[in-house]
Ligand binder design. Structure first.
Ligand code: SF4
Length: 335
């Protein structure tokens, strides 16, 4: 039986705004198993990216973690000193951001930026002295070339010297992945890693992440608004809405038999190239407004199946078996 490498318990993140305090992450509970690929899916404002940033304690100002725990290898990351957290970030838990051009520093060579990750975490630290210094530099270079080759950057020796603007979008994202992999992390956090790329490059990058997961046994959390991408890549999917996980299950369960009306809405909104010619798209009406949510189920105003109790009563999590969970009054036992 696989063990959880990362556990999120009752995580809550709040932001003060002119319209009042909003909960961007609202009592999220999730576990990521070793080597697992977990997708966080939902539209903008669902809390998926905020959950990911908070895992690394990178919640943007003025956001505040108001409660919960993030357990990694038995330690609650929320209790670590900033210094301890800095050492862990990039080494054990690494992030791949959405836009490689804003992740890479335009004034440094690509190879140097991969090298920086190795240096920050002292991967090749050792005895001082000229001989060891040379040996370290050689080992470091070799490692960088290996990483570049592993992520599919051709001619690593020449490409080491290139600047980010000399790379295509796909190659830039490969360089970002090489930086993330430099210290052989246990968990990769990928925040919409292919949004800035065209569809063929997107497939290449997702195949690369898939290969890394299979070969290195690195667990991956993929944040995406694209349910079909998550269904292709992930083992399990957590559907998020207004800061909460509203449905959780294996990919086959979620795609073949979605339970929550929001998940059903997301699936119906997907364009179908082959079978849907002439079929109008079915958008979910309205949009999420975190500062103005109903007191009960946050999805009430947009839900075609809303009932009298939905507006005022917060639905509780119902476990449907086989690890399947749903947060909706339609499935609560006391209905
Ligand atoms: Fe719709 Fe009610 Fe379920 Fe919310 S609790 S998703 S409003 S049926």
């Amino acid at each position: 039986m696989s063990q959880a490498v990362l556990e999120i318990e009752d995580l809550q993140v709040e932001f003060p705004t002119k319209r009042g305090v909003i909960r961007a992450v609202n009592c999220v509970n999730l576990a990521l198993d070793e080597s697992e690929k977990l997708g966080l899916v939902g539209e903008s404002g669902s809390g998926k990216s905020m959950t990911l940033l908070t895992l690394l304690r990178l919640t943007p100002h003025p956001g505040r973690i108001t409660s919960g725990a993030i357990r990694y290898k038995g330690r609650n990351l929320l209790n670590l000193e900033s210094r301890e957290m800095r050492l862990l970030r990039g080494k054990e838990l690494a992030m791949i951001f959405q836009d490689p051009m804003t992740t890479l520093n335009p004034v440094y060579k690509v190879g140097e930026q991969i090298q920086e990750s190795l240096k920050v975490h002292n991967v090749f630290a050792g005895t001082s002295g000229a001989f060891w210094k040379r040996a370290r530099r050689t080992a470091e270079r070799r490692r960088i070339y290996e990483l570049m080759a592993e992520v599919g950057i051709p001619s690593p020796v020449e490409r080491f010297e290139a600047y980010p603007h000399e790379f295509s979008g796909g190659m830039q994202q490969r360089a970002v992945i090489a930086i993330a992999l430099a210290c052989n992390p246990n968990v990769l956090l990928a925040d919409e890693p292919t949004t800035a790329l065209d569809v063929t490059v997107q497939a290449q990058i997702m195949n690369l992440l898939d290969r890394i997961n299979a070969e290195r046994k690195t667990a991956v959390i993929l944040v995406t608004h694209d349910l079909s991408l998550a269904a292709e890549f992930c083992d399990r999917i957590a559907v998020m809405y207004a800061g909460k996980v509203v449905e959780l299950g294996r990919v086959d369960q979620i795609t073949a038999d979605p339970k929550h009306p929001y998940t059903i809405g997301l699936i119906n909104a997907l364009p179908r190239l082959r079978y849907g010619k002439g079929r109008p798209l079915e958008p979910i009406p309205g949009e999420v407004d975190l500062a103005n949510l109903p007191p009960g189920c946050a999805f009430t105003d947009r839900c075609s199946r809303a009932m009298a109790q939905c507006r005022d009563n917060v639905p509780r999590k119902t476990v449907l078996g086989s690890g399947r969970e749903v947060l909706c009054h339609l499935f609560s036992e006391d209905r």
